[in-house]
Design a protein around this ligand. Structure first.
Ligand SMILES: Cc1cc2nc3c(=O)[nH]c(=O)nc-3n(C[C@H](O)[C@H](O)[C@H](O)COP(=O)(O)O)c2cc1C
Length: 326
């Protein structure tokens, strides 16, 4: 008689949840070293976008999001999980360590948020012309604050127009940059079910008329009929204090707390990253937010119809045995 396959452990489930994190072009730039009840989160250098993200900031944000999912999945499964961010200049790609500890009672909020891990996705399609109410905005702020970060809702009277102009400038610069276009082309317009990269089915339709924000050419499917996008979508900036690798990792945790909370409240989200990816516009963003802290990412938030989920590499591909974790 065939033996039944072993059930996935809590750690296997948590690693699966970790891999559902977002990452630029779905590069999934992470790996996990496992030693018993300890997990080391590593940045996978081979998967960093060397043209768009030469300092690996966005890749570390993604690892922070994966770390957030890992901890949340363990906690919602009734396990205590202690996270230590690892500032180790000798091993800059060793980012964090998670220690799975005793048992605990999970809260309803944790379980609800953990469910959102498997529903959250990047929605590049048009959203409805429906405002995000103040109470929902406050809940997003609270999610960022609870994780030690901050959210700024950009207003037309504030930084909105300057951010939109920097995004348009970056999209223009990237369109004429051969290396940039080649890198994007390698990771996008993939067939459905591709284990990494962005499938064509997740691309946006072309915008019928220009809105406030530019479309990302690599994430648009010109074969689709054009559609109208919201004229002035809600744009939020994810901020935290500090700079450097640990601040990026922490920023990723804040970002994921906001994204999952948005999902749990029925919101759709997408990213506006072009301005972070060319030196000129990156400097412009830093100057614009100089009084606000470190700006990690910009999110478009609103109400939309769900779009398809993208696939991930199996956990077996990103997990490796690692002896000697302390
Ligand atoms: C730091 C970061 C930056 C991103 N920037 C963009 C972007 O500028 N445009 C975009 O369409 N998607 C962007 N994404 C979304 C990824 O393409 C997406 O997470 C990935 O394809 C996986 O798909 P999913 O989010 O639907 O799971 C970004 C994701 C991260 C984490």
């Amino acid at each position: 008689m065939d033996r039944p396959l072993p059930l996935p452990t809590e750690l296997d489930q948590a690693l699966n949840a970790a891999t559902r994190a977002p990452s630029p072009h779905n590069t999934q730039p992470w790996s996990f070293g496992v030693d018993g009840d300890r997990v080391a989160v590593w940045l996978d250098r081979e998967r960093v976008l060397t043209v768009a993200d030469p300092e690996a900031r966005q890749a570390r944000l993604s690892c922070g999001a994966a770390l957030f999912n890992l901890r949340l999945a363990l906690r919602s499964n009734g396990r205590e999980a202690a996270v230590r961010l690892v500032p180790d200049p000798a091993r800059p790609d060793f980012l964090a360590e998670v220690h799975v500890e005793g048992h605990r009672r999970s809260t309803l909020e944790e379980r609800k948020l953990a469910q959102s891990i498997f529903h959250r996705h990047t929605n590049r399609r048009p959203f409805l012309e429906r405002a995000v109410p103040p109470g929902v905005r406050s809940a997003l702020n609270a999610a960022a604050l609870a994780e030690g970060g901050r959210l700024e809702h950009l207003e037309p009277s504030g930084r909105y127009d300057a951010v939109a102009a920097l995004a348009r400038r970056a999209e223009f610069l990237q369109a004429s940059d051969e290396a940039f276009r080649a890198e994007s082309a390698r990771w996008t317009r993939r067939p459905q079910g591709s284990a990494d990269g962005v499938p064509l089915s997740s691309a946006a339709p072309p915008a019928g008329e220009a809105g406030a924000l530019p479309q990302r050419a690599s994430h648009t499917n010109p074969a689709l009929p054009p559609r109208s996008f919201e004229q002035q979508p809600l744009l939020v900036a994810v901020l935290s204090g500090g700079q450097g690798a640990l601040a990026d990792l922490h920023g990723g945790m804040v970002m994921q707390a906001v994204l999952l909370t948005a999902t749990s409240l029925g919101l759709s989200t997408s990213f506006l990253s072009q301005p972070f990816e060319t030196p000129e516009t990156r400097d412009g963003i830093d100057a614009l937010f100089h009084d606000a802290g470190q700006v990690h990412t910009l999110l478009r938030v609103g109400y939309g119809y769900p779009s398809p989920l993208t696939a991930r590499r199996p956990v077996a591909e990103v997990r490796f045995p690692m002896a000697g974790l302390t």
